[in-house]
Design a protein around this ligand. Structure first.
Ligand SMILES: NC(=O)c1ccc[n+]([C@@H]2O[C@H](COP(=O)([O-])OP(=O)(O)OC[C@H]3O[C@@H](n4cnc5c(N)ncnc54)[C@H](O)[C@@H]3O)[C@@H](O)[C@H]2O)c1
Length: 353
C-alpha cells in the first residue's frame, strides 16, 4: 500500500476529535505537518498525536514541500476557499471540511480548480459514510420504500448557539448559522439517499431571535466556547431555520434550531414511502415501518467510525484516481440548495431553480 504524506491545516475541534485520530489509525499515512495560526494549538495536537512530525503556523510551508501530497483543510468555513485553492494550485489533493465554503459560486470555482489541476477534492460530509445512511441509501435503491414522496427532518436544540460572537455566528466567516452548520449534514444526506434528485424550487425563512442582545443571552450549553466574542463580535446568522424544497423525486421540509425556547432537542429524519417509511435517528440507528404488515423493525447494526471510513476512502480515491461519493462534484447540488434557501429567506419568496 502506498504511503501518502499529509499536512493538516487547522488544529481545532474537528482536527482533534475526528481527523487526527483517524489519520493516526491509518498505516498508509504520514502526518508531516500540523498547522495552526495559533502555534500552541498545533503544539498541543502534536503532544496528543505523536504521529505528527512537525508543527507550523504558515500553511504555505507545507504547500512548498514536494513530499506533501494531500492537505486537510480544517479551518473555519471562510478560509476553506483560500487554503483549498492554494493547495490545489500547489499540486496537492485536498480533503476539505464541510460546508464546501461560504457560497455555491465559490464552491463551483473550487470544483473547477480541482479538475484543472487533475487533483482529488473531497468534502467532509461525513454522514455519507455513516453505516445507517449507507444502508438507507441501499434500501431506497432496491425499491424497499416504494416511492419516497416526502422527507421531513428536524435538527433542533435548546439554547446552544456555538461560540457566540465568533467565527460561527459571523456570516462573513461562516456563510450562515444553523442551516449551513447543521442543516448541511441533514440536507446533504437526504439528497444522497434520494439519489440524483433534481431541485425544482425552494422556500425558506431564517430567524435570529435568541441572541439579538448578545450580552444578555442565556444558554444551556455553548459549544465552540473558546471562539466566542460576546463583547466585540458579530451575531448575524440564523439560529432558527425552516424551509420547503421540491425536487423531481420527493418534497422535503425541515426545521432547524441552534437555539429555541423549548427544552426539547430533536435530531431525526423521516422518509415517507408509499410501501415503507423510515425514521433515522441522526448519528444512530433507524427504524422501518412496513405499510403491509404494520410492523416496525429497529436496526441494531455496528456503527464504524465514519471519519475513519471517510479519510480512508479519500486515500483510496487518490490512489485509484476515481472520484468517490464525497468528491466535490457530488456535493455541489447540496451547496446549491443551501445557497438558494438562504436567498429565499433573504427575499421572503419562493425561488425556482
Ligand atoms: N464534519 C463534521 O461533522 C464537522 C464537525 C465540526 C466542525 N466541522 C467543520 O470543521 C471546520 C472547523 O471547525 P472546528 O469546530 O474544528 O473549528 P475550530 O475553531 O475549533 O478550529 C479551526 C482552527 O483553524 C485555525 N485556523 C484558521 N485559519 C487558519 C489558517 N489560515 N491557517 C492555519 N490555521 C487556521 C484556527 O486557529 C483554529 O484553531 C469548520 O468548517 C466546521 O464546519 C465539521
Amino acid at each position: 500500500m502506498k504511503t501518502t504524506v499529509v499536512a493538516v491545516v487547522g488544529c481545532g475541534r474537528i482536527a482533534n476529535n475526528a481527523h487526527f485520530p483517524a489519520l493516526t489509525k491509518l498505516d498508509n499515512v504520514r502526518i508531516k505537518y500540523a498547522c495552526d495560526l495559533i502555534l500552541e494549538k498545533a503544539v498541543a495536537a502534536k503532544e496528543k498525536f505523536p504521529k505528527i512530525e512537525e508543527v507550523i503556523t504558515d500553511y504555505k510551508v507545507a504547500l512548498a514541500d514536494p513530499e506533501v501530497e494531500a492537505v486537510f483543510v480544517l479551518t473555519p468555513n471562510f478560509a476553506h476557499y483560500t487554503v483549498t485553492m492554494d493547495a490545489l494550485r500547489a499540486g496537492k489533493h485536498v480533503m476539505c471540511e464541510k460546508p464546501v465554503t461560504v457560497s455555491y459560486e465559490l464552491s463551483c470555482e473550487m470544483a473547477a480548480e480541482a479538475d484543472k489541476q487533475g487533483k482529488i477534492l473531497n468534502i467532509g460530509v461525513c454522514n455519507r459514510y455513516h453505516k445507517s445512511v449507507e444502508l438507507l441509501e441501499e434500501l431506497n435503491r432496491q425499491g424497499e420504500f416504494g416511492k419516497i414522496y416526502h422527507i421531513y427532518c428536524s435538527f433542533r436544540a435548546f439554547r446552544s448557539i456555538p461560540g457566540l460572537g465568533g467565527a460561527f455566528t459571523d456570516k462573513a466567516q461562516s456563510g450562515g448559522g444553523a442551516l449551513i452548520d447543521w442543516g448541511v449534514h441533514f440536507l446533504d444526506l437526504i439528497l444522497y439517499i434520494l439519489g440524483d434528485a433534481k431541485l425544482k424550487n425552494v422556500t425558506c425563512d431564517a430567524y435570529s431571535e435568541m441572541a439579538k442582545d448578545m450580552k444578555s443571552y442565556k444558554y444551556k450549553s455553548m459549544w465552540a466556547e473558546d471562539t466566542k466574542d460576546i463583547e466585540n463580535g458579530v451575531n448575524d446568522v440564523d439560529d432558527f431555520i425552516t424551509g420547503y424544497i421540491r425536487t423531481d423525486k420527493a418534497s422535503i421540509s425541515f426545521n432547524g434550531a441552534w437555539a429555541q425556547n423549548l427544552d426539547k432537542g430533536e435530531m431525526f429524519i423521516d422518509f415517507l414511502g408509499d410501501k415503507k417509511g423510515a425514521r433515522l435517528t441522526y448519528g444512530g440507528q433507524f427504524e422501518v415501518t412496513d405499510g403491509e404488515t404494520l410492523e416496525t423493525t429497529k436496526t441494531e447494526h455496528e456503527i464504524p467510525n465514519m471519519y475513519l471510513c471517510e479519510d480512508a476512502d479519500f486515500f483510496n480515491s487518490i490512489e485509484s484516481g476515481v472520484k468517490n461519493k464525497n468528491n466535490i462534484d457530488n456535493i455541489l447540488e447540496s451547496m446549491k440548495l443551501l445557497d438558494y434557501l438562504y436567498k429565499s429567506a433573504e427575499i421572503g419568496k419562493e425561488i425556482q431553480l
